[in-house]
Design a protein around this ligand. Structure first.
Ligand SMILES: [Zn+2]
Length: 517
């Protein structure tokens, strides 16, 4: 008997073992002679009746294990207790009188479900001889998530993409316990407000500076301290600088001299692209002029006939860019053509045969067109030749920030030209740097002077945003909390979402993330 005891789940003793080829059947009973009433906690030794329960347990020696457990009903010993008869609660079944698995099996099943989800979990479980279906795995995961308690004090709110660019949800993390505490189906202010209102223990909310979350935090928990997320503040500053570059593209183009395009030097396809680009530039100018007069987006949409999306994009400076020809099928072979050209070959057909042998699949006409343009170029001064690669706004922003410490020669030259031609961009860049340092080193004392310095510059609207959210930004510099740590939770979320092959149902996704210890 004592040897059997060590195999038994906690608090049980094995009376008999019946062995079959692929199965072990244990007949067991509780060790304790008494039980506590679930209503009054009074201890009782007065057995009313007993019955057998079937439980699944962990496999042993490559065999499934079933337990037939004698379970007792007791009479409550406390006379005034309303519960006259009760079933004993056993640790081996996590005090659940209707459990069909032992606590230790349930624990393993929960972990398999959390780590792998339903279907993949089921196939691993089968190999491990755990007698559970995919539905059971998911049920166990859901049940344990429902139990996860939540009385958070400090939460971080952030959005996450169900489907990038289409559908966003909200992830809520307990920043003290460093774990996800809820997943909300969208990022609407109303949803988040309701959630916050249901959690009165919250006293600090770290959030990004999106209007929705500001509103939700203010309405849902008006007395809580709001903290602007430091990571997002850094991002916002960088984005504001990028916008400044985009707004300055016209000046940059003129300075760098890539805006001058001679259409006769373009291929047919490039000419079409160039015409489209010119048309877009014209639209941009019109829209920006209207916006400059303070006309509402709705009215601009009506006057120009462009979509609301396009108008908004232009007004935000998102569509200003230099003309760049798209690559064509001949591009990989231009080096070879140039060599042949330099060697004196001017015959289109001969040039075509050369590149065709090297793998070019286009027609003869593409090559003869190239030869015609090349002939024209020979007669023109090199500075007016057809546009080479010209940098994008993003590229210029990078050039002036992250790449400035170790630039290549060409980058350094281009950056110098831009910086001397558009000095406003240099001050915008320096302001962005200053802002980053304020955040990184928590220099809250420097914030006010930064705001007044930034107001008359290209970063004006970003500065206004900071002013409007001043107390939360200040809190970001003084409070220890930031959403930065939810980054790891995002990774976890993405991993689980991917494992579910994008078919994740919200409640299950939630359960798998929340149930994790
Ligand atoms: Zn009782």
């Amino acid at each position: 008997m004592s040897r059997g005891l060590s195999l038994a789940p906690c608090g049980l003793v094995i009376e008999r073992v019946e062995s079959e080829t692929d199965k072990l059947l244990l007949v067991a009973r509780p060790i304790s002679k008494t039980a506590a009433c679930p209503t009054c906690s009074g201890i009782s030794a007065r057995i009313h009746s007993q019955y057998q329960r079937a439980l699944a347990d962990l496999p042993s020696q490559g065999r499934l294990v079933r337990i037939r457990l004698w379970t007792r009903r007791f009479r409550c010993a406390v006379a005034e207790c309303q519960q006259k008869i009760f079933t004993e609660r056993l640790e081996a079944t996590a005090s659940r009188p209707f459990a069909r698995r032992t606590t230790r099996l349930e624990g393993i099943v929960h972990h398999v479900g959390l780590a792998l989800g339903g279907r993949p979990g089921q196939s691993i479980a089968r190999r491990l001889l755990l007698p559970v279906s995919k539905d059971t795995l998911l049920r166990v995961v859901r049940r344990n998530a429902a139990r996860a308690d939540a009385a958070p004090r400090v939460v971080g709110i952030d959005d996450w993409a169900w489907k990038r660019g289409h559908h966003y949800g909200t992830i809520v993390c307990d920043l003290e316990k460093r774990r996800i505490i809820d997943i909300l189906p969208d990022r609407e202010a109303a949803t988040v407000t309701t959630w916050l209102a249901e959690h009165p223990t919250i006293s600090v909310i770290a959030r990004d500076r999106g209007v929705g979350y500001i509103q939700a935090a203010t309405e849902g928990r008006p007395e809580a301290i709001q903290v602007a997320d430091r990571w997002h503040l850094m991002e916002n500053a960088s984005a504001a600088f990028l916008t400044a570059v985009q707004r300055s593209m016209r000046a940059i183009r003129t300075a760098v001299g890539v805006g001058v395009v001679d259409p006769t030097l373009l291929s047919c396809a490039e000419r079409r692209q160039h015409a489209g680009w010119l048309r877009r530039q014209e639209e941009n100018t019109t829209i920006l002029a209207l916006a400059g007069q303070g006309i509402a987006i709705k009215e601009i949409v009506r006057r120009t006939g462009k979509s609301r999306g396009v108008v908004r994009q232009v007004v935000r400076g998102g569509r200003a860019d230099v003309f760049r020809s798209r690559t064509n099928s001949l591009d990989p072979f231009t080096k070879q053509l140039e060599t042949a050209w330099a060697n004196g070959c001017r015959n289109g057909a001969a040039l075509w045969r050369g590149v065709k042998a090297a793998g070019f699949v286009g027609s003869l006409r593409v090559v003869t067109e190239w030869a015609t343009r090349r002939r024209k170029e020979d007669g023109i001064a090199p500075e007016n030749s057809r546009p080479r690669k010209s940098p994008s706004a993003r590229g210029i922003a990078r050039m002036m920030t992250t790449e400035r410490d170790r630039p290549s020669k060409t980058v350094a030259r281009m950056a110098a030209i831009i910086e001397s031609a558009v000095p406003d961009l240099v001050s915008a860049r320096d302001l962005m740097d200053r802002f980053h340092r304020i955040i990184q080193h928590r220099k809250s004392a420097d914030l006010e002077s930064w705001i007044s310095d930034a107001k008359p510059t290209l970063l004006a609207s970003f500065a206004t945003g900071i002013v409007n959210d001043r107390s939360a930004v200040k809190a970001a510099l003084t409070e220890p909390w930031s959403n930065g740590q939810t980054e790891g939770q995002h990774t976890k979320l993405k991993l689980v979402k991917r494992q579910m092959y994008g078919r994740a149902k919200l409640d299950l996704l939630r359960a798998r993330l929340l149930g994790a210890p």
